[in-house]
Design a protein around this ligand. Sequence first.
Ligand code: UFG
Length: 361
Amino acid sequence: MFYVLFNCKMPAILVTGGAGYVGSHTVMAMLEKSDFEYEIVVVDNLSNAYRAKGEKKPVALLRIEEMTGKTIQFYEVDIRDKQGLSNVFGKHDVQCVIHFAALKAVGESVEKPLEYCQANITGTCTLFEVMRDHSVYNLIYSSSCTVYGEPEKLPLDENHPTGRGISSPYGRTKYFCEEIMKDLCASDPKWKIISLRYFNPVGAHPSGRIGEDPNGIPNNLMPFIAQVAVGRLPELKVFGTDYPTIDGTGVRDYIHVVDLADGHVKALQLFHRNGFSGFCPINLGTGTGYSVYQVISAFEKASNRPIPFVPSPRRAGDLAANWAEPAAASQLLAWNATRSLAQMCGDVWRWQSGNPNGYRE
Ligand code: UFG
């Protein structure tokens, strides 16, 4: 009301890739907060999000608007389109950018390294240029534990070296972007960049109305299991049963996407802290690892369905195990993951069984 009366723009948070999996859950987490005082502006090229015929916005955002009763500003713009991005910045009073937009299929990145550099590195640099042109210096970046490469020791903390032994072009794009952000912060103290290094995001909003909707056959464990449970895929291949882990299968730090989204909301507050500036990497993980067999068993319990699986050879580039040291997030953001593996599986099952074809009717 204030902004309308005085004919000024409401402060906005610009979310690139806000129609995607982690992006949409973060938009939801922000709008669910009753005291949230920003307008949400989503920029997405819809490369991995579905918009129904005749609609202006992707289904995920329409559902969030329906659940929260709030409006999301949506622009179908590719982050490599400098003029298109600049127009969006011109229309809104952007205070901060949360940058999710990226390609993220590890296997595909091996086949198409140039496309991954274009989308993830060129796109990110274009976004930074537009931010600088509009004097916006606050950024939350969607990074990944893949920047640590082969772990030298576990758990992984933020001081672990990055960039060594990264096994995919996708992973290297995340690492290169972090290096670019460090250079940017060194060049101008106005930049405040929080790089959130995600472990393995899984789960869905407990409403069952938004969730992960991968293009084609899923590459990742949890969406694959969910599609086996719902009968879309016949069986799961367990990649590697001879790792030096609790039961021979790969161990990962799975984190509920709603916890992950809350981490972004908490990170927003860091920009207001006195003296905060520069590049700040923070792990978002639970600190606990689970094996593939443990995940299968938890999902069978949550869905009350058997998950047929076949032990198979290791997948190229996979690690035996990794999990986070989440202490920095706890100290800096007052954030801890609270949702269990059982909740992750239960929420995935609610989403997948209620939306067997994802966002497509
Ligand atoms: N797995 C299977 N069968 C499948 C899929 C996965 O057994 O069909 C196993 C993998 O071998 C691994 C575990 O399940 O042990 C988890 O695999 P995901 O593909 O779900 O996740 P990753 O840990 O391989 O990849 C994740 C992110 C990437 C990121 C990477 C960094 O999806 O974006 O972590 O380590 F680059």
